[in-house]
Design a protein around this ligand. Structure first.
Ligand code: MOS
Length: 744
């Protein structure tokens, strides 16, 4: 089909930008109705044990307090079917709030105070007296590493490490050059600006309209209907705007359960917002301890790759992510052994966080590659090029496309890599040591099935909808662009609706698959509308298109034009009026073409170059420059795409230098559960970031050729920075974050 693409690839502004900056965009905790009640969650002060006594008398005496829910009085209306799993649930049994007196992690919700005002509810919550029977928690991953086991069962899409190929241990022992080191990464917590919250509107007929902070409205709707035995028609979940989530909204969180429970029991509308501290109580990026061993010949040819990772999970679910598989894929090597194990701790189940697994495994691998480059005595970039994988050896498949070489070349050129002097401590800026480091990044390009609906009315306005989310990534904008482009309409005439469970089915927004999945559905449904319009246009009396076929016309500026003779055209409204059609409505399900896709490994790639300046007296590191060159297929909107990568790089700086949820092992509690002590990069930490998108054609991944850019931006950044710190100082710090104390 010949479509002149007017819009795809254009850096159009966010269609929802104005609503956001003017404060008109409403988030889950901002929907109001008269008589709304407010809930405040009481969190467990211990990590393990049971509640001996919970005394709510004092709290109930506070004026305006209506009810306090605990495990003792929780309504019988809730469920608890252990077989139910949400869309992002690992194997095991999901956490059930207020189920019984058992405490399985610190911060566990143990009561919900419901009052006329939020302040009243908060104050009353502070007066709930709890006596515990407390046991010592086991929360130290390193101390328990001997208990590590291989996960029993995967969740959908989880690829366990491939079987060993060749003889990695023997090849390592024989290798002329060896690196064998242990790397670690700490727990990190999602800290989106918007904290989790749910507002449940109790409608007069008992129906529930639920405003939830989520990455998947239908996932939340399913959860509510399964847990409370409601039909999906009785519950509508909406989430028109999400103030960041990064994975924390992939699973229904406990405030959703508590708010719905309270609303149904009290037959009132209820809101339950979580505090910033409570954002540290329902999932995190897991801690890892990783061994990477690389063996190479004296010219740097990789002969052995061993990557073993130990990560944590809770007592009730096996949270798994793909940490080590990348090491069998990113470079050519015939001897590879990969292993991934879990340790159960008295903590909440970890949850996906931007580029789950990859960001951790690739960090360790890419630091080890840098160490190897120094041992061999060649340039780190040259080492990567020497061992470039033309094929995915894990699965013995070709790549659907892989322009990583172009990333290396363009990134290095923009950064000025050729001017680097290889010796550590050889570059200076006055008193400061300067270091240049680089790393590779990789993520998957996935497509899930998704549907979309399109309604074109005779005034030329188009409404397209799908129950997807926009967690700040630009979904509203890019879907609008795809629809407008397919039908040749101005962007202003297209509205895209999302974040409503009553819309056509879509997966949770995650995995970098939204453009690929929902975008394909939007394109497909608009193509159906095109066909209908074209048939109508041909029948217009004296139509210049009467003898044309669909691939001989273009949809531009509200007209269907003969591509070769653009002055001969029929306008969309004319076609509809003539056919006496007031609106055209279509709905479509877009499925990934698995027979075609499964023959290939589909990935995004990146090359990250970082400059640091280190003050040795203070141990401080400034990341003064980052160049990130991305191969992500076709870029539909360079502006929103660049923002995704900028965000990823900023987070990579945080991962390298600042972020760490520090556990008090005695209490089993995260001690820095606030933004004063959980450090994230601020403006002063973020200097020059340069994003390059290299050309990459891919007709395999989906009909749009776009691979998705949500996660790739962060992968490799921490390694590039750690490697730059080595180059600056000659010191290898192998445990993140690289805080000043580690450099003194
Ligand atoms: Mo992302 S961690 O799939 O929201």
């Amino acid at each position: 089909m010949t479509t002149t693409s007017n819009l795809l690839g254009k850096p159009i502004n966010r269609v929802d930008g104005r609503l956001k900056v003017t404060g008109e965009a409403k988030y889950a905790a901002e929907f109001n109705v008269p008589g709304l009640l407010h809930g405040s969650v009481v969190s467990s002060a211990i990590a393990k044990g049971r509640i001996k006594k919970i005394d709510t008398r004092e709290a109930l005496a506070i004026p305006g307090v209506l009810h306090i829910f605990t495990h003792e009085n929780r309504p019988r209306l809730a469920w608890f079917d252990r077989s139910y799993r949400d869309e992002d649930a690992p194997s095991g049994s999901p956490f059930r709030p207020l189920y019984d007196d058992k405490i399985v992690y610190s911060g566990q919700p143990i009561a919900l105070v419901v009052a006329e005002t939020l302040e009243g509810a908060r104050y009353a919550a502070s007066l709930v007296r709890v006596e515990y029977d407390s046991h010592s928690p086991e929360t130290d991953l390193r101390a328990r590493r001997e208990e590590a086991y291989e996960p029993r069962e995967g969740k959908g899409g989880y690829e366990p490490p491939p079987k060993p190929r060749g003889h990695a241990d023997k090849a390592l022992a024989r290798a002329a050059v060896r690196v064998d080191a242990e790397y670690s990464s700490p727990v990190e917590h999602h800290n989106p600006m918007e904290m989790h919250a749910t507002t449940v509107i109790y409608e007069t007929d008992g129906m529930l309209t639920v405003y939830d902070k989520t990455q998947g409205v239908q996932n939340s709707q399913q959860y509510i209907s399964k847990v409370f035995h409601l039909s999906p028609e009785e519950v509508r979940v909406r989430s028109p705007f999400v103030g960041g989530a990064f994975g924390s909204g992939l699973r229904p969180q406990y405030q959703l359960f508590l708010a719905v429970m309270a609303a149904r029991e009290l037959k009132r509308s209820v809101r339950v917002p979580l505090t910033r501290q409570q954002m540290f109580t329902f999932g995190h990026r897991p801690e890892t301890v990783q061994r990477v061993a690389l063996g190479a010949s004296s010219d740097g040819t990789l002969e052995a790759v061993i990557h073993e990772a130990i990560s944590e999970t809770s007592r009730f679910e096996d949270y798994i992510e793909v940490v080590v598989n990348w090491s069998g894929l990113l470079y050519q090597s015939d001897n590879v052994r990969l292993n991934y194990k879990l340790v159960q701790l008295d903590n909440y189940t970890p949850i996906d966080m931007r580029a789950p697994g990859a960001v951790l495994g690739v960090y360790a691998l890419e630091c080890a590659m840098d160490e190897l480059a120094y041992k061999v005595g060649i340039d780190p970039l040259e080492l990567r090029l020497k061992n470039y994988a033309e094929r995915d050896q894990n699965q013995d498949k070709p790549f659907s496309s892989k322009e990583l070489r172009a990333c290396y070349r363009q990134g290095a050129e923009r950064f000025g890599w050729a001017r680097r002097t290889p010796a550590p401590r050889s570059m200076r800026d006055g008193k400061q040591l300067v270091g240049w480091g680089m790393a590779t990044g990789i993520w998957e390009a996935m497509q899930q099935q998704a549907s979309a609906k399109a309604v074109l009315s005779i005034d030329g306005k188009l409404i397209v909808s799908s129950a997807t989310a926009d967690i700040g990534t630009g979904t509203y904008t890019v879907m609008t662009q795809i629809a407008a482009d397919t039908l040749g309409l101005p962007v202003e005439d297209v509205t895209f609706k999302l974040g409503d469970s009553s819309l056509p089915k879509a997966p949770v927004e995650g995995g970098s698959w939204t453009v690929s999945s929902v975008g394909s559905a939007v394109k497909a449904v608009c193509e159906k509308v095109r066909e209908r319009l074209f048939q109508l246009a041909r029948k217009v009396r004296g139509s210049p298109l009467a003898k044309a076929s669909l691939d001989e016309v273009s949809f531009v500026e509200g007209h269907i034009r003969l591509t070769k003779e653009p002055s001969r055209a029929v306008s969309l409204t004319e076609a509809m009026r003539h056919g006496e059609v007031l609106s055209i409505e279509e709905e479509t399900l877009a499925l990934p073409n698995m027979p075609k896709q499964s023959r290939f490994t589909r990935c995004t790639h990146s090359a990250v170059f970082a400059e640091v300046k280190v003050d040795e007296d203070l141990g401080t590191v400034k990341v003064t420059r980052v160049v990130s060159a991305i191969a992500g297929g076709r870029v539909l909107n360079p502006k929103t795409a660049r923002s995704q990568i900028l965000g990823g790089v900023v987070w990579g700086i945080g991962m390298a230098l600042e972020e760490e949820s520090a556990m008090d092992q005695k209490l089993g509690r995260f001690m820095n559960h606030n933004l004063a002590e959980y450090h994230v990069p601020v403006n002063a930490d973020v200097q020059d970031i340069d994003v390059i998108f290299v050309e990459e054609d891919d007709s395999i991944v989906n009909p749009l050729g776009a691979k998705g850019l949500g996660e790739i931006g962060i992968v490799g950044v921490a390694a590039a920075i750690a490697n730059a710190i080595f180059h600056a100082t000659g010191r290898r710090v192998r445990n993140l974050p690289i805080t000043p104390d580690k450099l003194l």
